[in-house]
Design a protein around this ligand. Structure first.
Ligand code: ADP
Ligand code: MG
Length: 251
């Protein structure tokens, strides 16, 4: 069953076609990689899907509804969230505060189901705190929970970013270069967490421009070149595709 359907999307920046008639769809439960050389349009693809920029043409359908041009907050309430290539946590707050703050503003609209209990607001607050601590532990950040975010390494910031967006309990998670600038040990940790989330039923799309990490992780690879899909297939087929080899050698 299709969860995300991107159809004929176009995005131009001052005469440059960053996204050029892009069509991709993702089924519920899939773990899909998006790769392509720098400037291929990977982040712009996420921006168009997640409401950060409005496509000039084409449609984005999420869970059966046309969501083209909807605001990121609206999409998050629908269950579609993304992380940014350059992480966005608040440096002057601790890890724990950052994760707690990411909870939905209005419990009840789209809230972690466990947050809604009969004894009202206080339990919502307590459950936000509990959920935050669970995520901090799951991402192995517990020893850093009271550390200011500014003191984290690049890799730890990526983990924090993922913990934050998971406070929104999404159906679909878009990750923009979660491995960039991350050391090998943390890269494996992040890959494990992504796999766990997918095993638990979350649909995940991961952007990465290095081939190796992605091909081991995902079931399907979409290669972008100059804003369009060059190849969309299983990792092995993609890696042996002449056009892909050429695109990467020609970088
Ligand atoms: P990737 O993530 O694959 O490296 P991007 O999607 O960031 O590529 O960028 C694709 C192209 O669009 C690049 O040429 C980039 O400079 C341009 N671009 C992206 N966002 C903007 C923007 N907000 N304003 C102007 N140009 C942009
Ligand atoms: Mg990018």
């Amino acid at each position: 069953m299709t969860l995300l359907d991107v159809d004929g999307v176009v995005k131009e920046f001052g005469g440059l076609l960053a996204i050029d008639d892009l069509s991709v769809s993702v089924d519920r439960g899939e773990l899909v990689g998006v790769m392509g050389p720098n400037g291929a349009g990977k982040s712009t693809f996420f921006n168009c899907v997640s409401g950060v920029v409005k496509p000039d043409a084409g449609t984005v359908t999420f869970d059966g509804d046309d969501v083209t041009g909807e605001q990121p907050e609206t999409l998050a309430r629908r269950g579609l969230v993304r992380t940014f290539q350059h992480t966005r946590q608040l440096d002057t707050m601790t890890v724990r505060e950052n994760v707690r703050l990411a909870a939905p503003d209005q419990p009840g609209e789209r809230t972690i189901p466990a947050l809604v209990r009969s004894d009202g607001m206080q339990s919502v607050e307590r459950d936000v705190a509990e959920r935050a601590d669970e995520l901090i532990e799951a991402f192995e950040l517990d020893h850093l929970a009271d550390e200011y975010a500014s003191n984290l390494s690049g890799g730890q910031r990526k983990l924090l970013e993922m913990a934050r967006v998971l406070m929104l309990d999404p159906d679909m998670l878009l990750l923009d270069e979660p491995f960039a600038g991350v050391n090998p040990t943390l890269t494996n940790d992040i890959a494990d967490r992504i796999r766990d989330l997918n095993d638990d039923g979350m649909t995940v799309v991961v952007i990465e421009h290095e081939l190796e990490t992605l091909t081991e992780l995902v079931d399907r690879l979409v290669v972008l070149q100059q804003g369009s899909v060059l190849v969309d297939d299983d990792p092995e087929t993609v890696l042996n595709d002449e056009r892909v080899i050429e695109a990467y050698l020609g970088e």
